[in-house]
Design a protein around this ligand. Sequence first.
Ligand code: EPU
Length: 428
Amino acid sequence: MEKFIIRGGKPLKGTVNISGAKNAAVALVAATILCDEPCVLENVPEISDITKCMKILRQMGADVRLTDKNTIYFDTKNIEKPVVPRELAETMRASCYFLGTLLGRFHEAYVPMPGGCNLGDRPIDQHLKAFKALGASDDIINGANYVKADSLIGNQIYFDFVTVGATMNAIFAAVKAKGMTVIENAAKEPHIVDLANFLNSMGADIRGAGTDVIKIRGVDYLKGVTYATIPDQIEAGTYMVAAAATKGDVVINNVIPKHLESISAKLRKCGVHVEENDESVHVWVDAPLQKTSLKTMPHPGFPTDMQPQFSTLLTMADGTSIVTDDIFDNRFRYVAELRKMGADISVDGKVAVIQGVGQLKGAPVSATDLRAGAAMIIAGLAADGITEIDNIHYIERGYESIDTKLKGLGADITRVVKPDNTDIKLSV
Ligand code: EPU
């Protein structure tokens, strides 16, 4: 079992390069099924969710090859059966994108229940509502989702609430449907825009991505292209918060500052300096951190995927902060771990009250999911003493080379293979 051991208390300093966005890349990789010619994706992050998506495509018969670092070649013409292997589907949320892409191409898809981070119940009723509007029927067969359509015909789709996954799947199913599809109350996340740009570069006709109404006129053929994934907003935000938590001075490169606005604004409220440049942000701290309150919202609001990291920062701020996160049923599972490090947080349902304690103390903790794991790393970097983080496979689902990148900023972080019962000498 691999763990991270962090000796905290060193301010992060220097420059870090941000990788391609996980939540865009998993959609783009699935979208290659809709492309009628080979295509190439650049700036794909080297993370385990992408490796799993590549395996799914290969097991279905596609030719998928890494041609350079972060560059992948896809030829999906040899896929014959629209069936996703169970053992891969059940380990990540993004496997549900194969429902939309396989339905769009084969008018049929069989995809076992998607897994992913345990953030509470994660139904796909809105995805199925979109497929139904376009003429598909759905069923559960042997514990898997099965969707089928004689033909897909453009229609109006109204989502009951904003959902990233269902918006992606509606686009996948509509892009080659006959006629016009109008998606209302669509998600506006940067990765929705990235998917629309990728498909449009192949010849799709998608307008309005990034607003809450997306119009898609179906096309018959999508040509091969080379396309680069956008930078990861959440990876960038995580390094911004890590810089602030360690009272460091870091330039975060290869970002789209506009995508980071909600995070930058909240950091400034805490007294952190954030300077935006064309493709980088500079984050530094020269005063004690201040409390702030926040509520997560769909884009352009403050992202739920940054809540655990930001809440960790607030445990070190002066005063009491209130954090509300009601996007998922339970995104506060990491709080019990932070308490082991001396954090003072009480949670009532979807609201956390964080009383700043100034300094956290190193402790053995667990990554309870991907962003919770990132939060533990931030806590460990800022804490006094040694923090040992297990379950780091969650972190590797979404952060490329996080230990190497942090070492480049001066962090004392080591990856170790340790049996569960090894004693780590902890400073008190
Ligand atoms: N929901 C339903 N029914 C649906 C779809 C969604 O009830 O049919 C609910 C969800 O259970 C949740 C809320 O609606 O309570 C929002 O879900 P959404 O569909 O927006 O999220 P998702 O597509 O499952 C993606 C990201 C998440 C990110 C959310 C919100 C991917 C692969 N996952 O999930 O990323 O938190 O959007 O922005 O893109 C992460 O990266 O750590 C992560 C969890």
